[in-house]
Design a protein around this ligand. Structure first.
Ligand SMILES: NC(=O)c1ccc[n+]([C@@H]2O[C@H](COP(=O)([O-])OP(=O)(O)OC[C@H]3O[C@@H](n4cnc5c(N)ncnc54)[C@H](O)[C@@H]3O)[C@@H](O)[C@H]2O)c1
Length: 252
């Protein structure tokens, strides 16, 4: 690894080059979804290296910082046309830029959150989205008693304004933070208003047209998986191999 002084660093993400909307999205160019899912992990690791003033990084060091094996990392990055330089490794800033560009993070995205309850307010208050290029443009709710509240500098709007907000704020991503029973209805309204990316926190499977991408976040599922592993450890059983099949190791 090469280390340079902190003040000398500017990451490609910070520079935020002007971006022309990309016509070649990952799936169109054949980047596997599993690779796409790991790109943000590499990006976070690279940004950590850049913050420490590190200019170049080997695939082994980057893999270790990202918590994956180096062969997988090299294969993933080859999908971006990034192979590093033999004996030198990858240029940290350039790789940050390449991954950011591939993920569509070199442009800002406007986000609307529906549901100004515990979760919606926490999300709106989280400063980390803005610094990563996700602007929370609106927080909407159906409850008249909540509409008008100020949260993170935004006034909670009425759900009936959703279509107007999507249009005027050019909302690209809709976040659903309403109870499960209301989630499909909110999702339908986002879709009808032209939103094609939905982040769903409600514990329900949403039906959407094929052109709409839905990502579901469910912390209780993550906790249940952790509980499974904790139980295995408590029972003195071998830990499940990362990414491997449970039980395969036990038979060997
Ligand atoms: N994915 C996760 O890890 C996770 C974690 C916590 C909560 N949740 C889920 O997130 C959702 C919100 O949880 P919460 O604790 O913030 O609930 P909450 O009751 O505090 O807030 C829900 C808000 O949605 C509003 N709402 C209800 N129907 C609506 C509609 N049709 N249009 C607009 N607004 C509407 C309510 O008025 C309320 O303000 C729930 O579905 C919950 O299960 C998910």
């Amino acid at each position: 690894m090469t280390v340079r002084p902190l003040q000398a660093q500017t990451t490609a993400a910070q520079e935020r080059p002007t971006v022309t909307p990309r016509s070649t999205r990952p799936r169109e160019r054949g980047i596997p979804e599993a690779t796409v899912a790991r790109l943000p992990v590499y990006l976070r690791a690279l940004q950590g290296l850049a913050e420490r003033g590190i200019l170049t990084v080997s695939s082994e060091d980057l893999a270790s910082a990202a918590g994956v094996n180096s062969a997988k990392l090299r294969k993933d990055l080859s999908h971006l046309g990034s192979y590093g330089t033999r004996g030198v490794g990858y240029d940290v800033d350039y790789l940050v830029y390449q991954i950011s560009r591939e993920l569509g993070l070199t442009q800002d995205w406007s986000v609307a959150i529906v549901g100004a309850g515990n979760l919606g307010r926490a999300l709106a208050n989280y400063g980390g989205f803005g610094t990563r290029g996700f602007r929370i443009a609106a927080l909407l709710d159906a409850d008249e008693g909540v509409v008008g509240d100020e949260v993170a500098g935004l006034h909670v709007g009425h759900i009936d304004t959703l279509e107007d907000v999507v249009s005027t704020e050019r909302v690209s991503i809709g976040v659903i933070a309403v109870p499960a029973v209301a989630a499909q209805g909110v999702c339908d309204r986002f879709v009808e208003a032209g939103v094609t990316s939905v982040l769903n926190f409600a514990p329900v499977v949403l039906n959407v047209p094929p052109a709409v991408d839905v990502r579901k976040v469910d912390l209780s599922i993550e906790l249940q998986i952790l509980a499974f592993h904790a139980q295995r450890k408590a029972d003195g059983r071998a830990p499940a191999p990362p990414g491997g099949r449970i039980g395969a190791k036990e038979k060997a």
